[in-house]
Design a protein around this ligand. Structure first.
Ligand code: G6P
Length: 368
């Protein structure tokens, strides 16, 4: 993927469609015989991971959302306590460093000023090691970290991050497994995750093929001023990322909430002018999510649901849905990101905004 748009109208669209390929590349050479090769993160990686008893993640923007997903994975799959913070907050507050904490930065560019400053600060504070998840091999972040794991997304030109995010998630899942081996993850679970990752590019192709329906759905958003994105568990940060994409390129105010928090505030905003997007894979939280969505419907809210095809939703007045292929719970956050990217892309096209260069934003924020 070179730095030209090829036959695509925008870089962002090209980068969305590159995702099956770049995910495959991010996995390439990193899996073997149902296992993840932890050495890819550096020759000292296994020794470091053995003694890690907690993880601190720091990042900005879309990369922060990847970190939020990783928190669910690192605690839920690996069984390692994990904290996540935006870099601009982390670097300016007083905090306690626990023994044996791995400091993880996530960054597409590896040059974001706040993330880099947070790493430099962390190195003075007694973290056991630093690891960068990054897309640019020659970047300051990679050079200054003890370990690194490259996302192989290739150059990302669109200011709104797409393929960098999904490859970050893939890399963070590899990290989760590498850590989990020394904690709560057994061989069978590792093999299941590896199998899920192998199947991901094909599922991404199938999901991208839903584009015509997503384009149609986007028409309901173009004249709106607000939108709400809901998810539960690891899909909450996916909802955050979906809302960020819509804000960045269509300039529609979008908020994300963990669906269980709806009744503690945002429900007051719901009416027919407030589209509510929900992410509904068929996981253990599905029934809880459905009851949250009924609360939206009961108040005349318009629902736009991205669901598993076996999740038992049917389209009805006030409920528009797009059914995704079935995917394991662990992999689901990566897959459900794609239709949200396409949705914001099509809304932006309808609004006539500058998709690749949204106003007031920069691809890489290298000054504070
Ligand atoms: C800017 C970009 C975002 C990006 C963020 C963090 O705000 O517009 O797309 O997520 O910086 O960038 P990084 O390179 O550190 O991931």
């Amino acid at each position: 993927e070179s730095a030209d748009k090829g036959s695509y109208r925008h870089y962002m669209l090209k980068e969305i469609y590159e995702q099956p390929h770049v995910v495959k590349r991010t996995l390439s050479g990193r899996l073997s015989g149902g296992k993840i090769l932890a050495e890819i993160m550096g020759s000292k990686a296994n020794d470091i991971f053995k003694s890690v008893s907690s993880v601190q993640i720091v990042a900005c923007g879309t990369s922060y959302h990847a970190g939020m997903v990783a928190k669910y994975w690192i605690e839920g799959i690996a069984g390692v306590p994990c904290r996540v913070e935006v870099a601009s907050e982390f670097r300016y507050r007083k905090f306690k460093v626990q023994d044996n904490t791995l400091f993880v930065t996530i960054s597409q560019s590896g040059e974001t000023a706040d993330t880099l400053a947070a790493l430099r600060l962390a190195k003075t504070l007694g973290y056991s090691a630093s690891l960068a998840v990054c897309n640019v091999a020659q970047s300051s972040l990679v050079r200054e970290s003890d370990l690194y794991l490259m996302t192989e997304a290739g150059p990302e030109i669109g200011v709104a991050s797409t393929k960098a995010f999904t490859t970050q998630l893939v890399a963070l899942l590899l990290l989760t497994v590498a850590l989990g081996r020394y904690h709560d993850l057994d061989e069978q679970q590792e093999a299941n995750i590896v199998q899920g990752l192998h199947g991901l590019p094909e599922l991404m192709h199938e999901t991208l093929a839903l584009d015509p329906a997503i384009k149609l759905m986007s028409e309901a958003f173009a004249d709106k001023h607000h939108a709400l994105f809901l998810g539960r568990g690891a899909q909450w940060p996916v909802a955050m990322e979906g809302a960020l994409k819509l804000k960045e390129i269509s300039y529609i105010h979008a908020e994300s909430y963990p669906a269980g928090e709806l009744k503690h505030g945002p429900l007051a905003l719901v009416d027919s002018n407030m589209p509510v997007v929900a992410i509904a894979p068929n996981d253990e939280l599905l029934e809880k999510l459905k009851s949250n969505l009924q609360e939206v419907q009961a108040r005349g809210g318009q629902l736009f649901v991205f669901c598993d095809k076996s999740a038992g939703f049917s389209a009805a007045p006030g409920l528009d849905l797009i059914a995704l292929p079935h995917v394991s719970d662990i992999i689901a956050p990566i897959l459900y990101t794609l239709p949200l990217q396409l949705l914001s892309y099509h809304v932006a096209i309808l609004k006539g905004t500058d998709v690749d260069q949204p106003r007031n934003l920069a691809k890489s924020v290298t000054v504070e």
